[in-house]
Design a protein around this ligand. Structure first.
Ligand code: GLV
Ligand code: MN
Ligand code: MN
Ligand code: MN
Length: 394
């Protein structure tokens, strides 16, 4: 099962994955998901937001009180093999194990594949689960654009979905009793095969726009330039400094320089800031200080600066009762916070959610070196099986 996904969207030169929502590699992953569901005779459901579900229903056809597990199939640019797919492959494997053991669930067990979790195409992380839970205004989502200027509405339409139908789905949410997401651990926080998440730190994304004036690199005197690269460069350093002052982390990992000529002063620069920290105010202060530094640096160069918040997620404390129940089903497991965002965090605003983490020996994620040992992945499947078995009984 895992082997079928491995080549999809993989750049042979770097080993990194490029599976952006509704691009051919991600569509191939979606087809794989539907095929795995069909092979197990699971009932497939598509919501209006591009999320997919595969349901194992109890014999009496009960649809409410479902236990949902799953993750996402999309990736960051040049991402690893495990972030997302591990949770979905493990979910199918856990269903297989439960069936082999003759378990007959009294509530539905579902496998969910959430759309655009990384926000790598349209900028907003966890877009599918945000739409489902009402955490983002559908009109705003429709107008989001990708790097080629295609709107989310356009892309949904081309994928055969009605962009006017996106938004919260209370009927679907009302049928889900809880969500359990298994995920590769993304730092160096876990030294046993499987752990349980306690919380997700506050995190968000901000877009800085620097507008100057395009001009010739050879004929324009320094005094005459309005070069947006200068305050942009200052902003990158300021992000590091502000994060250090505030006990946060801040990253500028994406920048778009227009027009991008070696021999041309840029006319504009767009740069994205990702900031996360232990508490709301540490993150907010970091962003404010970066913004101030950018504006101070822009003034002498007559460059304008604008700032937009693309997404923000407050601290997520996963449901304590569910966490305890999972801990008991596993016979104990370490509990750890994470600095990574997940659909489980977004869903936890509407229903009890929890996460299982599988050890990552490299401590690297969102990069090709992301890894989990096969034995640890199997331990993850066993853990998920035990948790689903416990929850599916009532
Ligand atoms: C998602 O993986 C994130 O934390 O950015
Ligand atoms: Mn990720
Ligand atoms: Mn993920
Ligand atoms: Mn010329």
């Amino acid at each position: 099962m895992w082997a079928a996904l491995l080549p999809v969207g993989r750049d042979e030169a770097t080993g990194g994955y490029h599976r952006f929502a509704w691009t051919p590699p991600e569509l191939e992953c979606r087809a794989w998901f539907l095929d795995e569901a069909r092979r197990r005779d699971l009932e497939v459901e598509h919501d209006g937001n591009g999320n997919m579900f595969a349901w194992w229903l109890p014999e009496d056809g009960t649809r409410g009180g479902a236990v949902l597990t799953g993750s996402h199939l999309d990736s960051v640019p040049g991402g690893g093999a495990f972030d997302g797919p591990l949770g979905i492959v493990s979910a199918f494997a856990a269903v297989d194990r439960l069936r082999e053991r003759g378990v007959r669930p009294v509530r539905p067990i579902g496998i969910g594949a959430f759309a655009e979790e990384e926000g790598a195409r349209f900028g907003v992380a966890c877009l599918g689960s945000r739409l489902l839970t009402g955490a983002i205004d559908p009109a705003r989502a429709r107008a989001l654009t990708d790097g080629d200027g295609h709107t989310f509405a356009e892309v949904m339409h081309n994928a055969g979905l009605d962009p006017e139908a996106i938004g919260p789905d209370d009927d679907l949410l009302g049928r889900i009793a809880c969500y359990i997401e298994l995920h590769v651990e993304q730092g160096r926080a876990l030294d046993v095969p499987v752990g349980v998440a306690s919380s997700i730190v506050p995190h968000g994304r901000w877009r800085f726009g620097f507008t100057g004036e395009g001009n010739h690199a050879g004929t324009t005197a320094l005094a005459d330039r309005r070069d947006p690269m200068l305050p942009f460069a200052r902003m990158v350093i300021a992000a590091r400094e502000a994060a250090e002052r505030n006990g946060a982390v801040a990253t500028v990992g994406k920048v778009n320089v227009v027009p991008g000529g070696v021999n041309a002063i840029a006319s504009s620069v767009t740069a994205w800031l990702d900031a996360r920290g232990p508490a709301d105010d540490a993150v907010r202060r970091t962003v404010k200080e970066v913004d101030e530094a950018a504006r101070v640096a822009a003034r002498p160069h007559r460059v304008s600066v604008d700032l937009a918040e693309e997404s923000y997620t407050e601290i997520v404390d996963f449901n304590l009762a569910l966490r305890d129940r999972i801990g008991a089903a596993l016979g104990g497991a370490p509990v750890l916070p994470t600095g990574a965002g997940h659909d489980a965090g977004v869903l936890s605003a509407r229903l009890p959610a929890a996460m299982l983490f599988v050890r990552n020996p490299t401590g690297i994620s969102h990069a090709p070196a992301e890894f989990a040992e096969p034995a640890d992945c199997l331990a993850g499947v066993e853990a998920l099986t035990a948790v689903l078995d416990d929850l599916a009984r009532g």
